[in-house]
Design a protein around this ligand. Structure first.
Ligand code: PEP
Ligand code: MG
Length: 328
């Protein structure tokens, strides 16, 4: 099975009827680059940076971060790398962030995490922004902000980025002046208002792990409720659809970097919904590519919209089977 998949490695990712699709990988640790290159990804769609704060007591300085980001972008041989700013808090432990004003709260997933924590700790955030900007002199880097829920957050984050750029200009330090900026859509409110964000970013990326958690009110790490964790819930599909439509309308790329993007059972559904950029665990790449390369978009049954009305999970499964056909 694995060896039959390996023939897809060198093939372009393209549907039977000729639509090119971009397949990117998610990275969590610097050593993931090896697997990612081996799997033939076209770049990194989500570079999680929380590892820099793990298993240590002191925060990572600018030079240390610069060298980590530089290694990854150089390791990817000029393919684009989307670096996500610190998504600390809630399910992501913050060993090295004990000094980060973190208190014990009842609902950490609804608390000071991700972009909220960064905006609350501007010095920590600025250090990261400077390091990312500096690394952008060595390859194609994009910046992505996690858990954006309001325009104010996005504008504040952009403002801090602009400040960092000015500092670097004054210090005569090089960086990519056209670095692209994106927001993650992980909160139902943000998906509903995706158009508003689309006007102020270069790209959007749907984080289905959190989007599903928040839409269905299911703690993503609580085993007692994971039977309710359902990417096919019509509310989840509608929110994805809204985000994709906002991107189309404003000519802004939309990608998906949550687990849903790497599950071959959902590939055809997502293609039918208009998703063109998938980012996933490198181990899932070839299987998803196989599905894409064996799909004729024009032959897909027009069930996508029906899926959004399928309140009964059995009906949703049945519709998915129709979309996937007998082989999948
Ligand atoms: C997501 O929420 O889907 C996502 C990609 O981010 P993380 O899993 O790191 O929260
Ligand atoms: Mg997330």
């Amino acid at each position: 099975h694995i060896s039959s998949l390996s023939r897809y490695k060198s093939q372009p990712t393209k549907t039977r009827d000729g639509k090119s699709i971009t397949l990117l990988a998610n990275a969590e640790l610097p050593e993931d680059i090896t697997t990612i290159s081996a799997a033939g990804a076209q770049g990194i769609g989500l570079y999680r940076t929380e590892f820099l704060y793990m298993n240590r007591l002191t925060p990572p300085e600018e030079e240390e971060q610069l060298s980590a980001y530089r290694d990854v972008v150089e390791g990817m041989n000029n393919q684009p790398v989307t670096i996500r700013t610190f998504d600390l808090g809630a399910d992501k432990t913050v060993d090295g962030g004990r000094h980060l004003n973190q208190t014990v709260v009842t609902n950490p997933a609804l608390g000071l995490r991700a972009i909220r924590l960064c905006l609350n700790q501007p010095n920590m955030f600025r250090t990261q922004l400077r390091a990312i900007l500096r690394a952008s002199a060595y390859g194609k880097i994009k910046i992505m902000f996690p858990m954006i829920s309001t325009m104010h957050e996005l504008l504040q984050a952009r403002h801090l980025l602009e400040q960092s750029k000015h500092e670097l200009d004054k210090e005569h330090i090089e960086y990519d002046h056209h670095i692209e900026i994106g927001a993650m859509i992980e909160i139902p409110a943000s998906a509903v208002c995706a158009e508003m964000f689309a006007r102020h970013v270069d790209f959007l990326s749907i984080g289905t792990n959190d989007l599903i958690q928040y839409t269905l009110a299911i703690d993503r790490i609580d085993d007692h409720v994971n039977y309710l964790y359902d990417p096919l819930h019509p509310a989840v599909l509608r929110l994805i659809h809204m985000t994709l439509s906002a991107g189309k309308k404003h000519n802004v790329d939309v990608s998906m970097c949550g687990e849903m993007a790497g599950d071959p059972r959902y590939t055809r559904l997502l293609l039918a919904m208009g998703l063109e950029n998938f980012s996933m665990h490198p181990n899932a790449l070839l299987e998803v590519k196989q599905v894409i390369n064996e799909t004729d978009l024009s032959q897909l049954p027009a069930n996508t919209m029906e899926m959004m009305d399928a309140v009964d999970p059995l009906e949703a499964d049945m519709l998915l089977e129709q979309i996937n056909g007998p082989d999948h």
